[in-house]
Design a protein around this ligand. Sequence first.
Ligand code: NAP
Length: 324
Amino acid sequence: MKPKVFVSRMLPQSALDIIKQNCDMELNTADVRLSKQELIDKIRDKEGLLCLLTDTIDAEVLNSSPTLKIVANVAVGYDNIDVKAATQRKIMVTNTPGVLDNTTGDFTWALLLAVARRVVEADKFTRAGLYKEWGLQLFLGADVYGKTLGIIGLGRIGQVVAKRAQGFDMRILYYDVVRAKPEIEERYKATFVDKDTLLRESDFVTLHVPLLPETTHFISTRELNLMKPTAFLINASRGPVVDEAALVEALRTRRIAGAALDVYEKEPEIHPGLIPLDNVVLAPHIASASVETRTKMAVMAAENLVAGVTGKRPPNLVNPEVLQ
Ligand code: NAP
C-alpha cells in the first residue's frame, strides 16, 4: 500500500506526478487556503504533508496526526512551521533551499532599481496620459551605480545580490551573525561591518535574513534613524523583519528616501499607511515567482515528501536530529 499524503494546494504537474507515482495523494484541488481545522481533518490519517508558506503548521496541527512523518514546505523559509514541536514529535521538516536564489536575487534588484529610479511612479504617470514633453527634471531618481550597498544576511540569496552588485560598481558592506569566509568576502569584494555601521554608511540596505525571534523587528525606529535620509530599504526576506509602523513613519516624514517591499508584517494585510506613499514600491511576495523556479521548488518539495514517507532521508531536512 502506498503511503497516504496530503497536498495543501495545487502544484505544477511535474511535482504532482512525482507524488502520485509514489504515494496515495489527496490534493486540495479547490486551491484555496484551508482553515486550521480543515488542515487538521485532512492530515489526521496521513504520513506526509506538503504545504505552502501560507499554511500555519503549529504544535496543534502537528499533534493532531498520530501518523505524520514529514512536513515538506515549498519555500526556503520555514517560519510558518513550529520546527521545535515537529522535532519533539520526531516529524521531519524540509524546505527548498538553493533553487530560488538567483530568481529571488534578481527580484531584489528589480525592487531596488524600481524604487531608486521611480519606475512604478513613472509608469502610472505615463499611463495616465501625463507625459507631454521630455523634462530635464522629470522623475529624478537616485543613481545606483557606484553607491554603497549594505547586505544584511550574506547567505545564499545575499551572495547572489552581492554578485549582481559587481556590475553596478558598488561598494559592498555586509552584516551577518557569522562573518563569511575570506574567499567569499574576496569574491564579492564585501566588507564585514557591524549592523550600525552598515546602516549609517549604506545608500541601499537590503535584508536577506531568515525570520527568527532575533531578526523580528531587526529594522525599527532606531535603525531607520541611523540610515541616511537619501537611503533606501529593500525587503525581500520576511515581513516581520521590519517594524512596518516604524517604516511607514520614516517614509512619510522622508526620514529615509524610500523602500521597496515584497513581504509584509501581517501578510497579506498591508499597513494602510504604506498605500498612499509614492516613495515605496509594493510587491505581493513574488521574489521567487518565475515559472522555472516555482516548478523547481515544487518538485524539490515533492521529492522531499516522497523520501520522507518511503523511509529515505529527505535531501533538505532542516531538523536532522529527528533521525538520530
Ligand atoms: P540563508 O542562506 O540561510 O541566509 C541567511 C543568512 O542570514 C545566513 O548567512 C545567516 O547566518 C544570516 N543570519 C541568520 N540570523 C541572523 C541574524 N540574527 N543577524 C544577521 N544575520 C543572520 O538563507 P537564504 O536562502 O539566503 O534565504 C534568506 C531568507 O530569505 C529566507 O529565510 C526566507 O525567509 C527569505 N526568502 C524570501 C523570498 C521571497 O519570496 N520574498 C524568497 C526566498 C527566500 P547563518 O547561516 O550563520 O545562520
